[in-house]
Design a protein around this ligand. Sequence first.
Ligand code: XIL
Length: 359
Amino acid sequence: MHVSRRSFLKCGLTNLCAVAVAAPGVASAENVLLKDAGLAKGIDVGSAVRSRVSQEVAKVVAQECSLVVPENALKPANLSRGPGDYRWSDADRTYEFAKANGLRVHGHALFWHKQPLKWAQQQLDGRGLQYAIETYGDFARAVISRYPNTVSWDVLNEIAGTRSMLRNAHPMSEFGVDLFASLLHNARSIAPRAALVINEDNLESGTSESRAKRKNVLKLLKSLKERGAPLNALGVQGHLNSARLPDPEATLDFFGDVQSLGLDIYLSELDVRDSAFDSDFRRRDDQIAELYWKFLSTTLKSRAVKRVVFWGITDAENWLTNGTSQQKRRPRPALFDRYMGRKPAYYAVREALARAPGR
Ligand code: XIL
């Protein structure tokens, strides 16, 4: 299914249509790739990829992106099954793909409570902060040392809470910020040049939970800074949701606060959950494009945003379409459809990049 740029312009984004018609020079040219639209403004464009990426998806990613993120291969639970036991082959495949295509790699994620080092988790109970620091520190050392050319690392993934500064879950609740400050110091000692990142979810919606999370993340960043923890960027996942719409203006204000702490911002896991949108897929595609447009055209005004990464740039290999092949209504979260056709969302994103101020 190939949707042309013209059909994106007809899709009801009235303001955009008006500007595109009145000032065609401002709109991005027909054949500009996403990565070039981004690089012209100092923004890297990327995608999460599977370790066994299909040839079709690999081609799209290599063409449109300047950066890739292993979707699952580097997660602690997948990489290590016991002390000193590492399974590198999946991650190796992604690094080889990246090298062969001149793509930079972002490492995701050295600590994530949802996919922890399972073997260590049992032993963490009752063993104290020092054991946690050493176990996760040793893991990070092994992973970073194996992939020294990684340009940036999610040292910490989803640690902030909604009701409190840190998530009320193990091991955040026991060890608090000290554990995370230590893990950042440890990462810096092994990766002196890589950007160190905290990656967080649910920061962009208009819900009270998201509002609370934005406040808690700011508190967390300040508290890490007070401990002298090295940190370069905040990852803002950006899993946009048709049922809990984003609040781009509030997100932009939040970006201003993050920037004033001296941090860059990476939009790190963009996609759209489309369940509340139209069942007709053409109308739905337009609504999805409009959502990307509204979010990105506002948030890219912040010059702190240095990356726009999709959590799977195609519907073909995407966590939101996993296991949905038998459904009547398949989700359409990404910029390319299952047959590698560009959807209206593609043109919306490219236009948002083309209109972003340079950084
Ligand atoms: C998801 C992957 O896409 C899935 O394949 C996996 O089963 C679960 O994890 N936030 C994150 C990502 O930080 O690591 C998650 O990725 C999506 C939510």
